[in-house]
Ligand binder design. Structure first.
Ligand code: SAM
Length: 263
């Protein structure tokens, strides 16, 4: 794929997530309310999600969104700086009840963020808000620091729907960079797929990295694992995800992990 194809593809994955959140928002028993999502997702993305994603895929996106919404508002988190890497068309800055002393930094490909700000120009975020158009496989921390991020103070990081699109080397480099920017009492939320999932047909050739042990991956960068859950487990179910996966020690199963960690 050329760089342009990749950008188009990445932008499309962000739109698919927005379409799935718009579909969830229409439900009477929705897990969250994302009224801006329907403005951000194109008709093509809606059609793709409805035709190609399974009920289980769509339920997973709803569960993941709610899981990380709740994570960001965990009572023990006192940090005032929130960094969302690969934020895509995430509208959390607008739809969640932040206090005005919170600063959210969103980083993603420039054209993804540009389309978001253009479409949402008449709306005001509920917090201080900085958008940084970057390629996360290249150095980006100086841009974050230039926008006022303070690495000596606690922060919260969210990497939702990102790591599988990076190679293993890029994931490790990203975690290393985050490690240099995070003080004690910082928190990290992310999702990962396992190695077996990279071979899963619909994503073959698009997903580049998988990890069988989020615990091993994150502890080497100084994080203490708070939770590793698979969708459907208590805490990652929300009465929505009824598919039951075999226990984690059963091999050859495609898995996705929802992870929360603390430094
Ligand atoms: N976190 C958002 C959500 O859950 O709706 C977006 C997830 S979407 C599946 C993947 C996002 O990763 C896209 O917005 C894409 O642009 C971004 N992305 C992937 N690789 C990237 C890179 N190298 N640099 C910046 N953003 C990247």
């Amino acid at each position: 794929m050329t760089h342009e194809d990749l950008n188009n593809f990445f932008g499309f994955t962000a739109q698919m997530m927005a379409a799935a959140r718009a579909i969830e928002t229409e439900k009477a028993y929705r897990l969250f309310n994302d009224p801006l999502a329907s403005r951000l997702a194109t008709g093509t993305a809606f059609a793709y999600v409805k035709e190609k994603l399974t009920e289980q895929d769509i339920a997973y996106i709803a569960v993941r969104t709610r899981f990380f919404d709740d994570f960001l508002f965990s009572p023990e988190i006192k940090a005032k700086q929130v960094v969302i890497l690969a934020s895509g068309l995430d509208t959390r800055a607008y739809r969640l009840p932040w206090s005005s002393d919170i600063t959210i930094y969103e980083l993603d490909e420039p054209q993804v963020l540009k389309s978001k700000t253009t479409i949402l120009r008449e709306f005001t975020p509920n917090c201080q808000h900085h958008l940084l158009g970057v390629d996360l496989t290249q150095p980006w921390s100086d841009l974050l620091l230039a926008k006022g991020f303070q690495p000596n103070l606690p922060s919260v990081w969210l990497l939702e729907g990102l790591l599988m699109y990076l190679t293993q080397t890029e994931v490790l480099r990203l975690l290393q960079t985050i490690g240099t920017l995070t003080a004690a009492d910082s928190y990290l939320g992310l999702d990962l797929v396992n190695v077996k999932s990279i071979e899963y047909k619909p994503y073959k050739g698009y997903w580049y990295s998988g990890f069988d042990s989020p615990e091993e991956l994150l502890t080497q960068y100084g994080w203490r694992i708070a939770q590793v859950l698979e969708p459907g487990q208590e805490g990652a179910n929300f009465g929505r995800y009824s598919w039951v996966l075999p226990p984690r020690d059963v091999p050859d199963v495609e898995r996705v992990f929802l992870v929360q960690a603390r430094k």
